[in-house]
Design a protein around this ligand. Structure first.
Ligand code: HEC
Length: 142
């Protein structure tokens, strides 16, 4: 009888160790799972401190000047004439383009034209900012 109780106690002990071990393992797994599915960035809602800077920038919403647009976006190709882009300040290259009329140049700058990518790859530029960039280049390339 004593022997049976002893065996039962050992089995019980073994079983509870097993249960504890599994619990620990599950907790471990849960931790790493939570770690893995954690959002990459913390969500920033408008009104939160973390959102203050971008919200302010959007609120002041000053459109970029033609010069800023040109220098930050268009110059990549138009300063060097890469891919046969008409070069900034190259009156000869610009004259036949200017002859097409500003509306055509605006449309081509916004929608793209052969090697000229739509919006000159400035995807966050408004149409007006692109037009300002065209004006700036044309103004200095006559
Ligand atoms: C990736 C290079 C690249 C960038 C960046 C780029 N352009 Fe161009 N652009 C070109 C090329 C190439 C042409 C010549 C296309 C042709 O005539 O076949 C061109 C032509 C133009 C023309 C003349 C279109 C016509 O009808 O003759 C305008 C206007 C123009 N780009 C404006 C801009 C403005 C404004 C930006 C910046 C917002 C810009 N481009 C950025 C490559 C670029």
């Amino acid at each position: 009888m004593m022997k049976l109780i002893k065996i039962a106690a050992v089995l019980l002990a073994a079983a509870s160790i097993q249960v504890l071990a599994e619990k620990a393992a599950t907790a471990d797994k849960k931790d790493t799972l939570e770690e893995r599915i954690k959002p990459a960035g913390t969500l920033c809602m408008s009104g939160d401190d973390c959102a203050a800077a971008p919200v302010q920038a959007a609120a002041s919403g000053e459109p970029r000047s033609g010069q800023t647009v040109y220098e930050s976006k268009c110059a990549t190709c138009h300063a060097t004439g890469a891919a046969n882009a008409p070069k900034y300040k190259d009156a000869g290259a610009w004259a036949p383009r200017i002859a097409k009329g500003m509306d055509t140049l605006y449309t081509h700058a916004i929608s793209g034209f052969n090697g000229m990518p739509a919006k000159g790859l400035c995807f966050d530029c408004s149409d007006d900012e692109i037009k300002a960039g065209v004006d700036y280049m044309v103004e200095h390339s006559k």
